[in-house]
Design a protein around this ligand. Structure first.
Ligand code: AP5
Length: 238
């Protein structure tokens, strides 16, 4: 049976997980699951749970495992995940990794873990310059080389659909520092857990190269790992 691709993009806040997921979902033709995007959408509902989620996320802490686990377990059952999926921002705790392990085992899915390595000083600079299109989700880096300066107009509008770009609530420097602390404390042990579980894990340098160059390297690792899916045409050709 073909092992459907499951790519776990692992790394600190601002390491480029979302940027890579957006590039790779197109070239690989798989679904993109971002727990951050799903939680932000839920938070924007304005009901009691939404307000509580917004409060947690704006403080830089992690949302409780039970909620995130339920959300992901449900999401990977959706039809668009049948051809494989990219996990962006999950798992982030050892409990989440345990749950994921069980879900993948039940489906005979072998994941590939990509650890994006980026220095924290680079991250703080990047996140203070991050802008996002509220309509299509495109990411921009006003003080980074993620986007050529010429592609971002002075009024900061999306090059694809003209929407005014926005700054995420949790990208203020003091919140970024809290998010990095949560990453150190709760998420770094997950990498060890994933390695010990026997999953293929690769470190990928994510600080000094253009997103497209990094995506090409990851794509090669994916195709290497899931070569059978590639040879049978089940993974979209780039
Ligand atoms: P989430 O939305 O997942 O945020 P994060 O993991 O903190 O990561 P970011 O989205 O900030 O960064 P990224 O790695 O995706 O980088 P990006 O591509 O945007 O989570 C937000 C919150 O939700 C959490 O704090 C938590 O409260 C909650 N949450 C989410 N998942 C959870 C879970 N599983 N459990 C519990 N709680 C959870 O890039 C960043 C910037 O850098 C951009 O401006 C981009 O243009 C630029 N850039 C990207 N690549 C490059 C490059 N190669 N060179 C230069 N610039 C680059």
């Amino acid at each position: 049976m073909m092992n459907r691709p499951c790519l776990i993009l692992f790394g600190p806040p601002g390491s480029g997980k979302g940027t890579q997921a957006k590039l790779l979902r197109q070239s690989l033709g798989v679904a993109h699951i971002s727990t951050g995007d799903m939680l932000r959408e839920r938070a924007s509902s304005g009901d009691q749970l939404g307000l509580e989620l917004a409060r947690i996320m704006q403080s830089g802490s992690l949302v409780p495992d039970e909620m995130v686990n339920l959300m992901v377990a449900d999401r990977i059952e959706q039809p668009d995940c049948a051809g494989g999926f990219i996990l962006d921002g999950f798992p982030r705790t050892v409990d989440q990794a345990r749950l994921l392990g069980g879900l993948l085992e039940a489906k005979a899915i072998e994941p590939l873990v990509i650890h994006l390595k980026v220095d924290y000083n680079v991250i703080i600079a990047r996140l203070s310059g991050r802008r996002q299109c509220p309509s299509c989700g495109a990411l921009y880096g006003v003080s980074s080389n993620a986007l050529k300066a010429s592609e971002l107009t002075a009024s900061e509008v999306c090059v694809s659909d003209g929407s005014k770009l926005v700054i995420r609530d949790d990208d203020r420097e003091e919140v970024v520092r809290e998010r990095l602390k949560a990453y150190e404390r709760q998420t770094t042990p997950v990498l060890e857990y994933l390695r010990n579980a026997g999953y293929t894990c690769w470190d990928v340098e994510g600080a000094s190269r253009a997103p497209q160059v990094i995506a090409r390297e990851i794509e090669q690792l994916v195709r290497q790992k899931y070569s059978k899916a590639v040879s049978t045409g089940e993974l979209k050709k780039a």
